[in-house]
Design a protein around this ligand. Structure first.
Ligand SMILES: NC(=O)c1ccc[n+]([C@@H]2O[C@H](COP(=O)([O-])OP(=O)(O)OC[C@H]3O[C@@H](n4cnc5c(N)ncnc54)[C@H](OP(=O)(O)O)[C@@H]3O)[C@@H](O)[C@H]2O)c1
Length: 357
């Protein structure tokens, strides 16, 4: 029970850096001696000291004889910006290390635990392992696959409609669900929409309803014909708007976008005037984008789902029934999904589905 209590606190500390450490993991750490909390730390932003180093530095000489809790296996490798934590832990006289997850990074993956044990430090692993994996699902996916963790997020009526009339926007969910979407945007590296959503809805795709940072906003516009007065082309952080388009489009238009600070990336099209989903994900991985939220519309949802290029599906259901309008998913897909969690948000319901392994 003690181990779980302290590990939950590590998770809380780790979450403080949501959206700030990617593609690194969220990590919290604390030191305990004789049942007393001595110090706490967390990995605050990409490139900053690791959580264990923060907790050890704060405790100073008091570290000797402490138990160190950390949700992720301490690192032992040197090919990175920050010094490895294992020698620091050994040198500080820590008696026991308690962790939730092994670090799947091929450079660590058990090596940190081995070195601690070789130095005579007791290591307990696997405390709240599933919660730890969920906390760092983006990192665990990215470090092994080198492509982003993809979540498809749909707001729909009970009869599966995302708008009541083709070519028009219909507000589906209430303020609680909207706020929840802004929390998601704050935690994902990038959000992505199809060109018609930009044309019809003119979304900002930023974080406004909570305090947070904006994700990168990607729009798929194969023919590059979206009006340039759309909000995502006129934001305060234009470098965060990325347009993915086909080759040989209007050079003048590309220059105009680039001059405004927007980034334009030209891809080979797959013949059907489409950029292959696998190419998109590989490219994003190369840009260190570890998590991607697909925000619509129907054509774009369907492409990711039918290509089986997603890891999670979030559906916000509103207690509405349109009977007409546009259906969220335009064609059947094969992937078997299992419900993961259900939450009530005002009048709406949020259901998270994950793939059946
Ligand atoms: N309730 C919700 O959750 C929600 C969310 C978002 C939008 N919506 C609604 O959805 C509707 C729009 O949906 P929609 O299905 O018409 O369009 P959409 O998915 O927003 O956009 C489709 C367009 O995106 C581009 N695209 C998508 N995948 C691509 C790929 N792999 N490569 C290149 N381009 C790609 C293509 O643009 P090109 O034609 O330029 O090639 C395609 O025609 C709107 O009414 C909006 O209000 C609802």
């Amino acid at each position: 029970m003690e181990h779980e209590k302290y590990m939950r606190r590590c998770f809380e500390l780790a979450r403080r850096a949501t959206g700030l450490v990617s593609p690194n993991p969220l990590v919290g750490s604390l030191l305990v001696k004789d049942g007393n909390l001595i110090s706490e730390g967390w990995h605050r932003e990409f490139g900053s000291p690791h959580a264990e180093a923060e907790a050890l530095n704060q405790a100073g000489a008091e570290s000797a004889g402490c138990d160190l809790y950390c949700n992720l296996e301490p690192c032992s490798h040197t090919n990175k910006k920050t010094p490895p934590c294992v020698p620091h832990i050994i040198g500080s006289g820590i008696k026991r290390v308690v962790i939730s997850n092994r670090d799947p990074n091929p450079d660590v993956n058990g090596e940190g635990i081995l070195k601690l044990r070789e130095a005579g430090i007791e290591v307990i692993e696997g405390i709240l392992e599933d919660e730890g994996r969920e906390l760092n699902k983006f990192f665990f996916h990215f470090i092994t696959k080198r492509t982003p963790y993809v979540t498809v997020k749909i707001a729909q009526t009970l009869d599966g409609k995302i708008t009541s009339c083709e070519g028009k926007q219909t507000r589906i969910t209430g303020v609680d669900a909207l706020r929840d979407v802004h929390k998601l945007r704050n935690s994902y590296d990038a959000v992505l929409v199809g060109s018609k959503t930009v044309s019809i809805d003119d979304p900002q795709l930023n974080v406004r309803r909570i305090n947070g940072r904006n994700p990168i906003r990607i729009v798929l516009d194969c023919e590059l014909n979206l009006p340039l007065d759309r909000k995502i082309f006129n934001s305060r952080d234009p470098e965060k708007t990325w347009v993915f388009t086909g080759k040989n489009n209007d050079a003048e238009r590309i220059e105009k976008l680039k001059a405004s600070g927007v980034r334009v990336f030209e891809f080979d099209s797959d013949g059907a005037n489409c950029i292959g989903i696998c190419h998109i994900l590989k490219f994003l991985g190369e840009q260190n984008i570890a998590s991607l939220l697909i925000e619509g519309g129907a054509g774009t949802f369907t492409k990711f789902l039918s290509a089986n290029q997603f890891d999670e599906l979030i559906v916000y259901h509103a207690p509405l029934f349109f009977a007409r309008g546009v259906t969220a998913i335009l064609e059947p897909f094969e992937t078997v999904l299992k419900p993961w969690s259900v939450r009530i948000l005002g009048k709406d319901t949020k259901t998270v589905f994950k793939k059946e392994n």
